[in-house]
Design a protein around this ligand. Sequence first.
Ligand code: DGL
Length: 244
Amino acid sequence: MKIGFFDSGIGGLTILNAVRGVLPEYDYLFYGDTKNVPYGDKTEEEIRTLTKSAVEYLFDRGAGLVVIACNTASAESLRKLQDTMLDGAYSDRKILGVIIPTIETIIDADSKTVLIIGTNRTVNSQKYNRELEKQNSSVKLITIATPTLVPLIEANQLQDAYDDLKTVVEDQTGEVDTVVLGCTHYTVLKNQLKSDFPKLKIISQDEVIPDKLKTYLENHPEIKLRLTKGKNLETFITGDAEQG
Ligand code: DGL
C-alpha cells in the first residue's frame, strides 16, 4: 500500500515533498487535478464529485491512505467522503485532510488573533471557524478569501501573487499575531512573507503536515505496517498528455 496525495492542482506537491523529507522510505502517489483547478470557485457538489473520483483513482492504484492536501476539498468533502467511501472494497483505507492538523498547530502556537487566508470556498465554508469552536479555543479568527492567488501561482506568476498576498497581510498587521496560509498553493509564497513580516507567526502547511502524518502513522500501526517502502513516487496530473 502507498500513501496518496490529492490536490486541485500542483500546490499539493509542496506538501508531498515536505512529507517525503520526513518519511522518505514509503511509496507515494500524487494526483493533481490541473484540468479542473481552481476548485475555490466551484460549487460544493462539484468539489465533492471531483474529490471523490480523485480519491477512488488513488485507492484503485494502491493507496492505503489518501491525504486530501487541499483546504478547499478538505473543507467541502472530507467528512462526507469519510462517511460514504470507507466501506466495501475500501473498508481498510483512510482519508485525511489538512484543516484539523492546522487547527491543532494554531492552538499549540498560543496565538491570540489569527488571519486565515484561503479560497472563496474555504472561507465561506467556515470550516476553520467550526473546528476551532469544537476545541473551545479563545483564539480569534479573521478569515479572508484571496481568490486571485491560485490562478497566478498555477501560471507561475509568483511575484504578482505575492504582491496581492502582501496587501492583504499589511491591512491586518497590528490586528493579528499569526497568519495561516490556508491553501496549499500559498506555501510557495511563505519565505517572502516570513522575511517581510518577521514579527508574525506564519503557519504554512508544508511545515505542519509532515510531523502530523508521522504521528498519525505511529498511532495507527494497522495502516503503517501495510505501507510499502520502495521510495517511489508516481504522479497523475489531469489535463497532461503524460498522465499515467
Ligand atoms: N490548493 C487548494 C487549497 O488548498 C485550492 C486551490 C483551488 O483549486 O482553488 O485550498
